[in-house]
Design a protein around this ligand. Sequence first.
Ligand SMILES: NC(=O)c1ccc[n+]([C@@H]2O[C@H](COP(=O)([O-])OP(=O)(O)OC[C@H]3O[C@@H](n4cnc5c(N)ncnc54)[C@H](O)[C@@H]3O)[C@@H](O)[C@H]2O)c1
Length: 409
Amino acid sequence: MKVMVLGADGYLGWPLALRMVAHGHEVSAADNFYTRKAVEEVGSWSAIPIPSMEERVKLVKEVFGADLVFKEGDLRDYSFISKFLEEQKPDAIIDFAEQRSAPYSQIDIDHAVFTMENNVIGTMNLLYAMKEHVPSAHLLKMGTLGEYGTPNVDIAEGHFEVEYHGRKDRLPFPRQAGSWYHWSKVHDSNNISFAVKIWGLTATDVHQGPVYGTRTDDMRDELLRTRFDFDEVWGTVLNRYCVEAVAGLPLTPYGEGGQTRGFISLEDSITALALLLEKPPEQGTMRVVNQYAESKSVMELAQMVKEAGDRLGLDVQIRPVPDPRVEAQRHYYNVERHVLPALGFYPKHNVRDEIPAMLTDLMKYRDRLVEKREAILLAGSKAGVEWRKTSSLLPRKAAARGFTQRSTT
Ligand SMILES: NC(=O)c1ccc[n+]([C@@H]2O[C@H](COP(=O)([O-])OP(=O)(O)OC[C@H]3O[C@@H](n4cnc5c(N)ncnc54)[C@H](O)[C@@H]3O)[C@@H](O)[C@H]2O)c1
């Protein structure tokens, strides 16, 4: 199969590109290196050093004997994505190429608008380019479980049966996103659904929970590792806790810490995505998939990191801070999953067993993490103040207003 990975330089994109190569598929890939630049802007870097894309492509050739076709480009540029699809004619496309930080999207009008522009326009360009050049290709779009919010009922897998005033229908499950970033994903989901309806495209919309982990089985060489973000803006909760533990900083769950989300390991995430690509839905239909392995509260995660860290001699402290987010600190959370189990996928990893392996991997880079402690505490740091004043990746200069959120997804 010919697979195209968009956002291939990212935390998930790179391991999926490797998995597709390892499975013998012909892989093409694109990225505009936005995440590398944006993380640098907040005075941080990937905890695990990652080589340039040029070096990555060479390594793929050496380790797997495969040619990975890479093009630098921005999905907001229609001519770029249109030409790339026309050249490559992929059978399947996976789209990861988005701004993926909720706290970043909440900073102010510029960051909110940038998030909408990057994510919604990028997806619209891709949909139109698919219609023009590869109308029968399968689009696997990475959304998030955060699109649903935390309703006080079970969360259906995309659609559910509703009875209202004596009449029944199958309707999209309500979306109640909690940040502009999450709303951008809702808009993408709606746009994809509409494109499937009017043009007969084929799509899978994956609602995934936060991913954690430092490696996948395909990373046979240290240099094949993927990026691992930990700073206040770009690090997701469990990955950040692990770095905080290694860098000697306290773990800081918000408020009561009962905020519960569905987590999945990097290895399980990539295995599930590869399966969804290899088993597409019926042509001309849209499949919605809820993807996670286990639900945990942010306080449970902090306690597990503390226990594992203490066993490794790290002396980890947990110091809850007032919750700056508008969110329920305790709530019901049960997300249904049917598609992946029906395809034979069951997660093999759990948070408790993976944390010690992550801490051990990260301890190797302890000096590198300690050096960037300020980025973990960005809200009040000198780096944070400077960054908000000078952010150059935005379409307009950001008006400095300060962070109000940290990332769980
Ligand atoms: N990591 C998680 O826990 C998680 C959970 C749920 C959903 N997701 C979603 O999965 C996707 C990938 O997440 P990730 O953690 O790998 O993020 P990432 O930031 O590491 O990767 C995204 C990649 O896309 C690129 N990109 C961004 N905008 C682009 C554009 N306009 N044109 C071309 N390339 C662009 C970035 O440079 C980056 O390499 C995102 O859409 C994210 O919202 C991630």
